[in-house]
Design a protein around this ligand. Sequence first.
Ligand SMILES: NC(=O)c1ccc[n+]([C@@H]2O[C@H](COP(=O)([O-])OP(=O)(O)OC[C@H]3O[C@@H](n4cnc5c(N)ncnc54)[C@H](O)[C@@H]3O)[C@@H](O)[C@H]2O)c1
Length: 395
Amino acid sequence: MMRKLNQNESLRVAVVGCGSVARAQHIPNIVRSSKMELHTCVDLNDDVLAKCREVFGAKHIRKNFEDAIADPEVDMICLAATEKLRLPVIRLAAEAGKPVYVEKPLARTLEEMSEIQRVVRASGIPFCVGHNRRASPAMVDAQRIFRQHMEHPKPNPWRWIREAELLPSLPDNGVPSVSVRINDDWYSWKGWVFDKAQAPHGPMLFEMTHFTDVCNWFLEDAPVEVTAVETGMLNMAVIVRYQSGALATIVIGNNGTMGYCKELYELMGNGGYLAVDHMLEVRTAGIDGAPAKIMYPMQHDLHPQIGLEGGVSGWLAKKQAACAEAAAAHDPLLQFTAEPDKGHAHALERFADQIFGHGPEVCGIDSAVLATKVAFAAIRSAHEKRPVLLTEIVP
Ligand SMILES: NC(=O)c1ccc[n+]([C@@H]2O[C@H](COP(=O)([O-])OP(=O)(O)OC[C@H]3O[C@@H](n4cnc5c(N)ncnc54)[C@H](O)[C@@H]3O)[C@@H](O)[C@H]2O)c1
């Protein structure tokens, strides 16, 4: 069993799967945290394990997750292996009563997803899926502003109601519509993405679940039906219809560029508009009391003297300078500067608060299952070339 936690102690974390996202985000975020400490790193690769010990100061390194979970000193598991490793780790952690933070996607198949849901519910362990955008400062503000506007709309004094007496009563009056635009460059992806044994559904699952989760979270509505078109692995468009009549349209273009902002979320509802641009800016119009623009700090800014205005335009100036340096030095890695805060560190911190009992659920099993089901409905819709009801998505 998990030991009894004292509020002054930190959670001793075992990270299982210490690849790119773990070493870029979770491991350094745990090391920096006052609520967690890096206890064990588990990976199959010796070089990776050596880095975990030498660079990040992991106390223990192991090749086998069973021993890490069984270790009485380990309080919590952070599972950041690729999607081929999910249920065996979660099942053992649940049996040991230890909380799990797991990277998305939650599972590779509907059968595995249902079994994970059953195991997590039955054990009652705190559980969090790495839909980290729910913890990004820009997204948190945007979701709060948008929900407030949808639930308590204030009349807009300058709204042009051309012929008030002739306005028909329309069923979708006020009902929101969300547009999600994703610009990515598939040349930057790594090998496992194309390996059907490791990621059988490609980005339609492992990327899409981030965006279906964001739409579910902003709309707080039940997804009913999904229509999707994909032309292969790179271009895809998904429309989700919700119970209220709300629509979410997710467009992913993987033949894009890292030289421009990756994510743009636009929401329209109740005569208002809200955009989250690359998690650097939240812009609004027609929403009473909401600032027209809020800007958010960047992380790892290697160009602090450029783009001082901040926001999207400041970021673009920094990015262009970094891309020029990358080209001159023939080193594409130099293009990375001033990243937006996508919420990785906050998600883990908030999960630690949840475990200690003084914070709400961050992205629990049921929310994650819903986001994953919508992605599976999109996969089936694209494959069968027809709209798919959520009720059809059963193992
Ligand atoms: N939330 C995000 O922003 C975000 C970003 C990138 C990746 N991800 C997700 O994180 C996961 C990992 O992605 P990545 O890009 O870091 O992959 P990666 O290939 O770089 O890392 C995976 C690591 O897991 C290790 N591993 C494989 N099998 C193992 C086992 N049985 N026991 C222990 N370790 C094992 C590998 O050796 C490797 O080091 C994926 O599910 C991906 O979708 C999330």
